[in-house]
Design a protein around this ligand. Structure first.
Ligand SMILES: Cc1ncc(C[n+]2csc(CCOP(=O)(O)OP(=O)(O)O)c2C)c(N)n1
Ligand SMILES: [Mg+2]
Length: 546
C-alpha cells in the first residue's frame, strides 16, 4: 500500500521542503487541518496573530529578512479579505509572500448559497495583488499546485502568490508524495544585449550607478561593489536600495538622487547605470521629474525597462548575474574629477540635511545609528522621522536591511518588524508614528506571547502629522481630521505584557533606548515628538484650544 497523507499534510510537508520554518496566521474551520499538521511537526511553527492583515505583513517581513518566502495562513472569505493589504504591499515591495487560504467545500464552491465564509470570487480578488494563484479542486492537485505557486514565486521578479484550498481537500487522504522543488535558474542576460551594455560602459567615463531594492542579498551587494570599484563610479541608492553598498566606502553616496544638486550632477553624467529599480514615483509625480542622461537599465522585470525613463540599453537580468558578467570585462576607470565632484556635493547635501532636521532629530538619528552599528535591525513605518532622516542619513549597512511599507501605507511597520524579529531572532527596532501604530496595535499581544525581540519606538505627535503640513499649504490653514486622541502607549503596552518606557524629551532617548535594546523580549518606547525641535518644513501640532 502506498503511504497516505491528507491534503493538509501535503501542504505542510511542501512548506518544510521549501525551507519555511514559520507560518503566520489565524486558525479557522477552513484551515484547521493545516494548523493541526503544523502542530504535529517539529520543523515548522505557527505564530498566531490578532488579525490576518497583520499576519500577512509579518510573513512579508519574514520573507524580506530571509530572502526566501513568508507564509500567511487565513480562512476563506473574511480571513482572505483581511490579508489582501499584505499581498498588495508585498507586490509593491517585490516580496515573496505566499497566502494560503481556505475555501468552501468543493461541492459548494462558487455556488453563492451562503455557505459560511463563502467567497465566490476569492480567486479573482487574490489575483489583483499576486502573480500566481492556484485553486485545486481534487486532493491530488494540492501538492503540485502549491509546488507550482512556490516555483513561480522563486523565479523572475520576486512577488507574492496564493493558493486557496477547499476544506474537504485539506482532510482528504491521498497517496501523493511531496516532490522536490525545482528552484528556477536566475534570469541571465542576453549575450547580445550584454555586449551592447559593455560597449556603452566602455564608451563612457562620467559614469554613475543607481542601485535599487533588487540588490537584496550579500552576493548581489558584493557583485555591485566589485563592479563599482572596477569603474570607480559613485553609487547612489534608492530608499529601497539602502544597504546595497557598504556605507563607509568612498563610493557610497546613499539615497541622494532626489536632492536638486545631485540630480543636476546625474544629468551631467554621460552614463547612468541603473540596477534593479523601477524608479518608484513619489507623491504628486514630483520625484519622477528627472532629466536623466544616457542610461543602461538592468532589471529582472522586462516591464520595468522603458517604464518611466528610456534606456539606451535594457538588460533583463538578475542583478548578480548581470553584474558578474559585466565585471568579466576590462573597463577604464571613470573620470576622477566627476567622481570627486559627486562625492563633495553629496557630502555637502548631507551636512545641509542634518541641519534641516534640527538638533533634536539629529540627536535621535545618532542614537539610532549607534544601535544599527551594533547589529540591531531596522524597520520603519510611514512617519515623519522615517521620511526625513530614516530614508536618507540613517546608515544601513546590510543588503535589504531597510524594511518599510514601500507602498507608502501607514500601519504595516509593526507587523513587518515582528516578522523580521521572528525570522532573524535578532533585536529589531521598529520606528512608528502614533497614527500608523494603532492599525495593528493588537500585535503587541503577539509580541508578548512569543517574546519577540522587538523594540517599538513611537514618535507621538498626537496626530497624522505629515498631513498637517500638506493641509496647511492647501486649505487656508484649516487642519482636517489630522488630530488624534492617542492612548497612553506605555500603559497600553503594559496591559498587553510589553514593558513600556516614556521619553519626554530627546535627552532621555539614549538611556531609554539602550535600556530597551538591552532587554530580551519586546519593549515599547514612546517619545513625545511634540517636545522635539521640529524638522524644517514640518508643521507642528496646533496648540490645544487653538
Ligand atoms: C493605509 C493608509 N491610510 C491612510 C494613509 C494617509 N496617511 C499618510 S501619512 C498619514 C499620517 C500618519 O500619521 P503617523 O503614523 O502618526 O505619522 P506622522 O506623520 O504623525 O509622523 C496618513 C493618515 C496612508 N498612507 N496609508
Ligand atoms: Mg503622528
Amino acid at each position: 500500500m502506498p503511504s497516505s497523507k491528507s491534503g493538509a499534510e501535503i501542504v505542510v510537508d511542501t512548506l518544510i521542503e521549501a525551507g519555511v520554518r514559520h507560518v503566520f496566521g489565524i486558525v479557522s474551520i477552513h484551515n484547521m487541518p493545516i494548523v493541526d499538521a503544523i502542530s504535529r511537526s517539529d520543523d515548522i511553527e505557527m505564530i498566531t496573530a490578532r488579525h490576518e492583515g497583520s499576519a500577512a505583513h509579518m510573513a512579508d517581513g519574514y520573507a524580506r529578512a530571509t530572502n526566501n518566502f513568508g507564509v500567511v495562513l487565513g480562512s476563506t472569505g473574511p480571513g482572505t479579505t483581511n490579508l489582501m493589504t499584505g499581498l498588495y504591499e508585498a507586490d509593491f515591495a517585490s516580496s515573496r509572500l505566499l497566502a494560503i487560504t481556505g475555501q468552501a467545500e468543493t461541492a459548494f464552491y462558487g455556488k453563492g448559497k451562503g455557505y459560511v465564509h463563502e467567497a465566490e470570487n476569492q480567486k479573482l480578488m487574490l489575483q489583483t495583488a499576486t502573480s500566481v494563484v492556484a485553486s485545486p479542486r481534487y486532493v491530488q492537485e494540492v501538492g503540485p499546485a502549491l509546488k507550482g505557486v512556490i516555483e513561480t514565486m522563486l523565479g523572475g521578479r520576486p512577488g507574492p502568490g496564493a493558493i486557496e484550498i477547499p476544506i474537504d481537500l485539506q482532510y482528504e487522504m491521498t497517496a501523493d508524495e511531496v516532490r522536490p522543488l525545482r528552484i528556477p535558474d536566475a534570469v541571465a542576460p542576453d549575450p547580445e544585449k550584454l555586449a551592447a551594455a559593455v560597449s556603452l560602459i566602455g564608451g563612457a567615463s562620467k559614469r554613475i550607478i543607481l542601485a535599487g531594492g533588487g540588490i537584496s542579498d550579500e552576493t548581489a551587494r558584493n557583485a555591485l561593489q566589485t563592479f563599482a570599484e572596477q569603474l570607480d563610479a559613485p553609487v547612489i541608492t534608492t530608499a529601497n536600495g539602502k544597504g546595497a553598498f557598504p556605507v563607509d566606502h568612498p563610493l557610497h553616496m546613499g539615497n541622494a538622487l532626489m536632492r536638486p544638486p545631485v540630480k543636476a550632477l546625474v544629468s551631467e553624467a554621460d552614463l547612468l547605470i541603473s540596477i534593479a529599480t523601477r524608479f518608484q514615483a513619489g507623491t504628486g509625480g514630483v520625484k519622477i521629474k528627472l532629466d536623466l542622461p544616457t542610461m543602461l537599465h538592468i532589471d529582472i522585470e522586462p516591464k520595468n525597462i522603458n517604464l518611466t525613463f528610456a534606456a539606451e540599453v535594457g538588460l533583463v537580468s538578475d542583478a548578480t548575474a548581470a553584474l558578474t558578467e559585466l565585471s568579466k570585462n576590462t573597463f577604464e576607470k571613470g573620470d576622477a574629477q566627476y567622481r570627486e565632484k559627486v562625492q563633495s556635493v553629496v557630502a555637502q547635501t548631507n551636512v545641509n540635511m542634518r541641519e534641516g532636521i534640527g538638533p533634536d532629530h539629529a540627536k535621535a538619528l545618532d542614537i539610532f545609528s549607534k544601535h544599527l552599528e551594533d547589529g540591531v535591525l531596522f524597520v520603519r513605518d510611514s512617519t515623519i522621522p522615517g521620511y526625513n532622516w530614516g530614508n536618507t542619513l540613517l546608515p544601513i549597512d546590510n543588503a535589504g536591511g531597510y524594511i518599510f511599507p514601500t507602498s507608502g501605507a501607514i500601519g504595516p511597520g509593526l507587523p513587518l518588524g515582528l516578522g523580521v524579529a521572528v525570522a532573524t531572532g535578532k533585536r529589531t527596532i521598529i520606528m512608528h508614528g502614533d497614527g500608523g501604530f494603532m492599525f495593528h496595535v493588537g500585535e503587541l499581544a503577539t509580541a508578548a506571547q512569543y517574546q519577540l525581540p522587538a523594540v517599538v519606538v513611537i514618535f507621538n505627535d498626537g496626530g497624522y502629522g505629515v498631513l498637517r503640513g500638506l493641509q496647511s499649504n492647501q486649505f487656508d490653514g484649516r487642519f482636517n481630521e489630522t488630530e488624534l486622541n492617542t492612548p497612553d502607549f506605555v500603559k497600553l503596552a503594559e496591559s498587553m505584557g510589553v514593558p513600556g518606557l516614556y521619553v519626554d524629551n530627546v535627552d532621555e532617548l539614549e538611556e531609554k533606548l539602550a535600556d530597551a535594546v538591552g532587554r530580551s523580549g519586546p519593549v515599547l518606547v514612546e517619545i513625545n515628538a511634540n517636545n522635539m525641535v521640529p524638522i524644517n518644513g514640518v508643521v507642528p501640532a496646533p496648540s490645544k484650544g487653538a
